[in-house]
Design a protein around this ligand. Structure first.
Ligand code: PLP
Length: 397
């Protein structure tokens, strides 16, 4: 098969869509005014912000006044947690509930709050990456002031029971935040129906630009300012707005949500071809995450006797961009906290591969991965002493 370029890492970031780019360009060229200025190109920029705010609100079932633009998903997460914690303190509440397998934007923020004296419960998840509203209920305390649980996991793609957790928190009067950076555009979200008080999202996961995010904050929920300064974002997040980026987010989220069923059905079909094709072609492989309750774009698999990092390099040489759960972040050789949280032993977690699809993914991409991956795994196993032992055990059985 002829070598081709296949981008299968859409959970890391996505290509900006032509429609999004086209909508953004005028705000770098003719309409470059500052939205706070009174003359016409300033007013045009302000109108563009208003339109984008409405687009984001409509996509979530929220009101425009409940949407704050931020610099990224991580900023939205930081604002939600640190802001809620500051409000909790005023009410004498000290306990926060989250999960062990959140993105570091949540985990490291929660750890920073622990250093300030807050107590955090990190709920475990099961072998599929799931927990239930009952698990959350069992962890509630008198002084619990915030529950933050991700909508869908970025590594293994499992979708959490957010409407059930939202209903529980609303009933108990506890603030509920969800990191929906991977879910928006992939899952139907309605913040009102699902009782979500705060929600984080990020444009670059939706075929929008990098460096733009949003935080939904339900009307009535009070958060301290994220950044002091000018009157932007109704005085809560100062700094001249990234007008072009925000316009890009508005178009990207409208396109993603407007076409959700069709887009996700197509992705689900390609994803299932990948999962079934890989599992049937490669012995000693397994799917990570829930078999059905998972993002339509996500296939996460482990191969015994293979190093994830080596696999990525070989795939890259064949033109395939993917990611692995064993990245040696901060010099540590530990596999990802997500793979360990679902109970994978270190050696299996090390041999995992995340393939994530997007609007740009094609049938040809899937065919190419299915033709390219099995021989690479075979080559790597032929060099692996660990695989020698597995193969010998197989032969004895
Ligand atoms: N939360 C989740 C679940 C993510 O997957 C990511 C990015 O990978 C983030 C937060 C951070 O988003 P951003 O890159 O916009 O800061």
């Amino acid at each position: 098969m002829e070598k081709r370029f296949v981008y299968a890492d859409n959970a890391a970031t996505t290509q900006v869509s032509p429609r999004v780019l086209e909508a953004m360009l005028p705000f770098y060229k003719e309409e470059y005014g500052n939205p706070s200025s009174v003359y016409s190109i300033g007013r045009q920029a302000k109108e563009a912000l208003d339109k984008a705010r409405k687009q984001v609100a409509d996509a979530l079932g929220a009101q425009p006044g409940e949407i704050y633009f931020t610099g990224c998903g991580s900023e939205s997460d930081n604002w939600a947690l640190k802001g809620a914690a500051a409000q909790m303190k005023k009410k004498g509440k000290n306990h926060i509930i989250t999960t062990v397998f959140e993105h570091h934007a949540i985990l490291h923020t929660a750890q920073a709050l622990e250093k300030q004296g807050f107590e955090v419960t990190y709920l475990p998840v099961d072998e599929y990456g799931l927990l239930t509203a009952k698990d959350v209920e069992n962890a509630l305390r008198e002084d619990t002031g915030l529950v933050s649980i991700m909508y869908a996991n970025n590594e293994i793609g499992t979708i959490l029971p957010i409407p059930e957790i939202g209903a529980l928190c609303r009933k108990k009067g506890i603030l509920f935040h969800t990191d929906a950076v991977q879910a928006v555009g992939n899952v139907k979200i309605d913040v009102k129906a699902q009782n979500i008080d705060m929600l984080s999202l990020s444009a670059h996961k939706l075929h929008g630009p990098k460096g733009v995010g949003a935080l939904y904050v339900r009307k009535g929920v009070v958060l301290p300012n994220f950044m002091d300064g000018g009157a932007q974002e109704r005085g809560h997040r100062a700094g001249t707005e990234n007008v072009a980026g925000i316009v890009g987010l508005g178009v990207a989220i409208t396109d993603a949500v407007g076409n959700l069923e069709e887009r996700t059905a197509r992705e689900r079909d390609l994803r299932d071809q990948l999962i079934h094709g890989i599992l049937s072609a490669i012995p000693h492989s397994r799917l990570n995450g829930h078999p059905t309750q998972r993002l339509p774009s996500n296939a996460n698999l482990s191969f015994e006797g293979v190093e994830g990092e080596a696999l990525l390099l070989w795939l890259d040489m064949s033109g395939i961009c993917a990611s692995s759960g064993s990245a040696c972040t901060s010099g540590s050789l530990d596999p990802s906290h997500v793979l360990l949280s679902i109970g994978l032993p270190h050696e299996i977690a090390h041999g995992s591969l995340r393939l994530t699809l997007g609007d740009t993914s094609t049938q040809e991409d899937v065919d190419y991965i299915l033709a390219t991956l099995p021989p690479i795994v075979e080559k790597l196993r032929a060099m692996s002493p660990v695989w020698e032992e597995i193969a010998a055990a197989d032969a004895r059985a």
